[in-house]
Design a protein around this ligand. Structure first.
Ligand SMILES: [Fe+2]
Ligand SMILES: [Fe+2]
Length: 271
């Protein structure tokens, strides 16, 4: 045990100061605590006369490093940092920011980037079809053009996220979308909207699988990112496209589609 006269030193930040007459002694934490018998032996003490104005810069350093475990301490930053420092990459090709981000998450994010790009590509093909002079459904064309841009933005959000977590974006191949959307029974507008509805449901499944995977590897941040940025928007897209499919089934293939197209040209909506 330490002598009582020194106990109060623990409550003050180091270096602590002991007064002996008109001389101040400063004790570093390591030097003081290294003594199991409570004596100050083995410690380098540098002392200076105390001035009336107060402390004049007393410095004391231990001769030996402190390896003694400290009890009742919640967080020892410099002790716990040692293992983290071992993992700081030293080669420039490796991310410095990457922390608790698994290869599985990295690969799954790259897959989702590809899904979003593919959906964007299909919507872009639909835009090109409905914008043809002999089709001329401008409202539907605009809807698919805006939807294509939005899906590309989704791809970019996942790219930003990949970089934020220290992963590497690897873009993958895309399949060529179909160019013709005229269906003998359904017509082009209904057929394209049914395709879009199926695509959004498929995308929703991919996002939910990504969320399940994030939970499996305890990546709370990735799970939160998918929930916050994508899942609600995806459900709303499915709802909106379902309404369009229902409306087009009522409208038929002729004059009704022209009215539907006018309605879409006056709205700011995307899939
Ligand atoms: Fe999307
Ligand atoms: Fe979407």
């Amino acid at each position: 045990m330490l002598p009582n006269k020194y106990c109060s030193l623990f409550s003050s930040p180091f270096p602590s100061v002991i007064q002996r007459g008109n001389v101040d002694f400063s004790l570093s934490s390591s030097s003081f605590l290294n003594n199991s018998n409570g004596l100050i032996s083995g410690v380098t003490v540098v002392s200076y006369p105390r001035k009336a104005s107060g402390f004049v810069g007393v410095v004391l350093a231990s001769k030996e490093p402190n390896h003694r475990p400290i009890s009742n301490v919640v967080f020892e930053p410099f002790e716990e940092l040692k293992k983290e420092l071992l993992h700081v990459p030293s080669v420039p090709q490796v991310s410095l920011a990457r922390h608790l981000y698994t290869d599985r998450c990295e690969a799954a994010i790259n897959d989702q980037i590809n899904v979003e790009y593919n959906v964007s590509y299909v919507y872009h093909a639909m835009y090109a079809y409905f914008d043809r002079d002999n089709v001329a459904l401008k409202g539907i064309a605009k809807f698919f053009k805006d939807s294509s841009v939005e899906e590309r933005q989704h791809a970019e959000m996942f790219m930003d996220y990949q970089n934020k977590r220290g992963g590497k974006v690897v873009l993958q191949s895309m399949l060529m979308p179909i160019a013709e959307y005229d269906h003998p029974e359904k017509g082009d507008a209904l057929y394209a909207m049914e395709l879009a509805l199926s695509l959004e449901k498929l995308n929703n499944e991919k996002l939910l699988n990504l969320h399940i995977m994030a939970n499996e590897v305890n990546d709370v941040h990735l799970a939160d990112f998918i929930e916050t940025e994508f899942l609600t928007e995806q459900v709303e897209s499915i709802r909106k496209l379902s309404e369009y499919v229902a409306q087009l089934r009522r409208a038929g293939k002729g004059h009704g589609v022209w009215h539907f197209d006018l309605m879409l040209s006056n709205q700011l909506v995307t899939a």
